[in-house]
Ligand binder design. Structure first.
Ligand SMILES: Cc1cc2nc3c(=O)[nH]c(=O)nc-3n(C[C@H](O)[C@H](O)[C@H](O)COP(=O)(O)OP(=O)(O)OC[C@H]3O[C@@H](n4cnc5c(N)ncnc54)[C@H](O)[C@@H]3O)c2cc1C
Length: 366
């Protein structure tokens, strides 16, 4: 039986932006991935939220591909991997787990620079014709960018711990005529783009142009308008321009500025967390072609989980070409990543129960 018939797509086109606003945005479930803004010309950014700029009573595409509406993980897993995730797979389905790091020096990467190396390799081998990355401005606001050279990909290395509608970069890339788009982003952004790819509604809006999804591990992200004024400037006394790097290490949220290190326990950063991160269960970007994170590997290395054939091919080619080097990931490291993933899932269960108690259903099937 064809996959299309086996896992039929539920139709949500009878819903529209009004429902998206009511069910997701006003309920603070929106993860501000940028998917609805990217693929609908009638939706734009307004402050930190999507806003309808032109009414279309006939279209409900935004509701259908929002990662916070009707996210049916088992169904998507079957479509992507041919099977559902098992209970004892807290990091989702993957072909192998390894530690790896970029071999070329000069990239100011967050961890092992593997996200950067994989995208560069995919670009150089023709798997993608551009990479949509999240760069930043001088004040550390995340900025979606289209990178077409190794230098541009490398320039976007490093984690920006503030919510950014990075998926809007995919639409910019489509508008500019790119046909094999690589994307790197957080689990919610990967869920969004997978929903777009798998949508079986009679619309063609470039789904087939999404060629490679590199997912990042993510426990949560932060709201720029709170993190910077209250913590970075307020508590740490640093202006955004002076920050060299943010990192989360050993339970501490750290800001590196010259030879100064300012830090606070991560559990004291709850006030700055983006509200829409609460109803998220996905730590390791389970729907990506390949996932990359810091937890599980030594400092300066990344934990890598190639998941699909496409992800495994790019990873193996990067190894073969000498772009990255590999080391065994320790069982202890992998178990730690698994425990964090389970912790995020438990937080999701508690949060969704709390939301339901307030009359806010979260339509996600894990
Ligand atoms: C918000 C956030 C939270 C994270 N939390 C964890 C965690 O809890 N545990 C863990 O192990 N790892 C976490 N990570 C992943 C980790 O910070 C590194 O991104 C990952 O280890 C890859 O490192 P690298 O050196 O290979 O990446 P690099 O080579 O430095 O490349 C990083 C890539 O990330 C992209 N990027 C940066 N900021 C964003 C953003 N805000 N949104 C989308 N894309 C972005 C850039 O485009 C860049 O290409 C988080 C990442 C993000 C963005």
């Amino acid at each position: 039986m064809a996959a299309k018939e086996k896992y039929p797509e539920p139709s949500y086109l009878e819903y529209g932006f009004g429902e998206l606003e009511h069910d997701v945005i006003k309920k603070e479930l929106c993860c501000y991935c940028g998917n609805c803004i990217a693929f609908c010309p009638k939706i734009d950014k307004e402050g930190n939220r999507p806003e309808l700029i032109d009414y279309d009573p006939l279209c409900g595409l935004c509701y259908a591909y929002c990662p916070r509406t009707m996210l049916d993980m088992p169904r998507m897993e079957k479509r992507i991997f041919g099977r559902e995730r098992k209970e004892d797979e807290p990091l989702g389905i993957y072909k192998k787990a390894a530690s790896a790091r970029i071999k070329s020096s000069g990239v100011r990467a967050q961890d092992g620079g593997v996200a950067t190396a994989l995208l560069i390799r995919a670009l150089e081998s023709g798997v993608i014709d551009c990479a949509v990355v999240t760069g930043r401005d001088e004040k550390w606001r995340g900025v979606p960018k289209i990178a077409t050279t190794a230098e541009e990909i490398a320039a976007a290395a490093g984690t920006k711990y503030t919510i950014t509608p990075s998926v809007t970069g995919v639409q910019m890339a489509m508008d500019q005529g790119f046909k094999k788009i690589g994307f790197v982003g957080t689990p919610c952004q990967i869920q969004a783009l997978r929903k777009v790819q798998l949508l079986e509604e009679p619309y063609q809006f470039g789904q087939k142009k999404i060629a490679l999804l590199v997912g990042l591990f993510c426990m949560e992200n932060f709201e720029y308008e709170r993190l910077f004024p209250e913590l970075v400037q307020g508590s740490f006394g640093l202006s955004p321009e002076d920050v060299d790097k943010f990192e989360i290490q050993k339970g501490m949220f750290r800001v590196l500025s010259g030879d100064q290190v300012k830090e606070v326990p991560i559990d004291q950063t709850d006030d700055y967390v983006w509200k829409g991160c609460g109803p998220c269960f996905d730590f390791s970007a389970e729907l990506a072609d390949i996932s990359v994170g810091s937890v599980g590997s030594k400092s300066g290395w990344s934990t890598v989980l190639p998941r699909t054939d496409a992800g495994a091919k790019v990873y193996e080619e990067a190894l073969k070409a000498g772009a990255i080097e590999e080391a065994a990931v320790s069982e202890k490291g992998l178990a730690l990543a698994g425990r964090l993933a389970k912790g995020k899932e438990e937080r999701f269960t508690a949060k969704t129960a709390e939301l339901l108690g307030r009359g806010v259903p979260v339509n996600i099937r894990r």
